[in-house]
Ligand binder design. Structure first.
Ligand code: HSE
Length: 350
């Protein structure tokens, strides 16, 4: 039976949850998926780095946390030399789950580059490298004969990117529109129920939906990155961030919301892209008062949905969670399953 050695870069909620899944469900995963996972390196800004080619006892990182301890006390280091760890560790696969930097994607872009250059496959939930350097990193992976997978960059573990790439063969994808940010959708719903913008944002923060800086959610930056990823990956748009028009929901007033309700409409932050007749692609993010019978109008709370416009099937809509520790950790697992399927020649999910 195959065992993949993995390195966890960033040990926040997502990779920590992946480690928990491996620790608690490793046997089941082995039986169900036909491969095992062994963690051989972990790096984290707060905890430092721990590298053990024979496999890390996961009870060590999973019990480390708030007390200010670092990996130095467990045979590792308090330092995080990500380049050295990524290039020199024995991992087959690097799971990159550090924070999203929407300006240049760093340091995640470098993490991915170092891994691919040193012949390691990468799965990431990080929007930055995919949105801002997706084509370059995909090509680097191909040159090095390894995989670069990033299902969790859009709608966490809900299958969207791989589904559209693999299952729409023979269809022409004309465009897509979606609710791609749970926080702003939650906030609009709470404003419809009578809450003010700030109070609704506060609730979304308490529930753990919002980004560290909630303006990324409210002002549409998060959706802008996701639209860029989907447009480039699925419509081959070759776009850059500034090509995706962006407007968030901060200017939507309670009066706008009441007026829409009187007219049988509901405000949603919609991210969309469409191929034009001349082959170019137009993409953007903006608040739209959708009629209640629109397919996206009923998507409530922190749920996400994306509707693909295809020539032979018409609209194909996928909805599901767009965030969450477990949901996003599952995205990494689904990426590894897809890599395994390619390696073993299995068609499913490849
Ligand atoms: N803050 C994001 C959301 C989470 O609310 O959807 C993942 O991008």
């Amino acid at each position: 039976m195959t065992t993949y050695d993995i390195a966890l870069i960033g040990f926040g909620g997502v990779n920590r949850t992946l480690a928990e899944l491996i620790a608690t469900r490793g046997e089941t995963l082995h039986t169900e998926l036909g491969f095992g996972l062994r963690v051989v390196a972990i790096t984290d800004l707060r905890l430092g780095s721990l590298v053990q080619a024979e496999g890390i006892d996961l009870s060590i990182p999973l019990n480390l946390g708030g007390g200010g301890e670092t990996f130095a006390e467990y045979g590792g280091s308090a330092d995080t030399n990500n380049e050295s760890v990524i290039r020199n560790c024995t991992a087959d696969i690097i799971c990159e789950a550090t924070f999203t930097n929407p300006d240049d994607g760093e340091p995640a872009v470098s993490h991915v580059r170092w891994a691919l250059e040193s012949g390691k496959s990468v799965c990431t939930t990080n929007k930055g490298p995919v949105a801002l350097r997706g084509a370059e990193l995909t090509s680097l992976a191909e040159q090095n004969g390894v995989h670069f997978e990033f299902e969790g960059a859009v709608m966490s573990g809900t299958p969207v990117i791989r589904l559209a790439k693999k299952m729409f063969a023979g269809l022409e994808l004309k465009g897509f529109e979606g609710i791609l940010n749970g926080t702003s959708n939650y906030v609009l719903g709470r404003m419809e129920a009578g809450l003010g913008l700030e109070a609704a944002i506060g609730e979304a923060q308490e529930l753990g939906y919002a980004e560290a800086n909630p303006s990324a959610d409210i002002e549409g930056y998060d959706v802008q990155l996701k639209v860029l990823i989907l447009a480039n990956e699925l419509l081959d748009a070759g776009m850059e961030l500034q090509d995706v028009q962006r407007q968030g929901i901060s200017a939507v007033t309670p009066e706008n919301i009441r007026k829409a309700a009187r007219e049988g409409r509901r405000w949603k932050l919609v991210g969309a892209a469409r191929r034009n007749l001349d082959g170019s692609v137009t993409a953007g993010v903006s608040p739209v008062a959708l009629p209640l019978d629109h397919g996206l109008a009923g998507i409530s709370g922190a749920t996400n949905a994306v509707s693909f416009d295809t020539d032979l099937l018409g609209a194909v809509t996928v909805s599901g969670p767009g965030a969450g520790r477990v949901e996003t950790a599952y995205a990494l697992l689904s990426d590894i399953i897809a890599m395994h399927a390619v390696r073993t020649g299995a068609a499913a999910n490849a």
